[in-house]
Design a binder for this molecule. Sequence first.
Ligand code: C2G
Length: 137
Amino acid sequence: MKKVITYGTFDLLTPGHIALLKYAKSLGDYLIVGVSTDEFNAIKHKHSYLNYEERKIIMEAIKYVDEVIPEENWEQKVHDIETNNIDTLVMGSDWEGSDKFKYLEDYCKVVFFQRVSDFSSTNFRNFIASHKDDDSK
Ligand code: C2G
């Protein structure tokens, strides 16, 4: 069984996230997703609308995802790769060249997925702001 792993916050999913998960699963038989905990998001200086448990529920419902584990720190990846016998780690291309992933090539294949153009967070915020009174009518 070829096992693949990826990591991320996965808040407010877009087709870009799904494209990554679909691609990651296509590289093996079993996909593990390390979903960033709320505490690790704080370390990443990233805010998510949904908390860890909510994001975990959503990720577990995606057909490409076989298992969700908590991503609690930057350092756990070697342990995750070794204890889960991971063949391939997949990340979006925005991580290519990052020193947070280069060293992992000593432990498994590391593949970067060319990101699909994502929805713009700015456009999303503008949409919400311009429709904030819709429900009150
Ligand atoms: N992604 C993508 N295309 C998009 C949006 C996201 O390929 N349009 C990928 C990102 O490159 C990442 C994964 O989906 O590989 C999750 O993205 P985020 O939820 O933004 O997670 P991130 O902040 O990149 O955290 O240890 C790794 C970190 O936890 C990654």
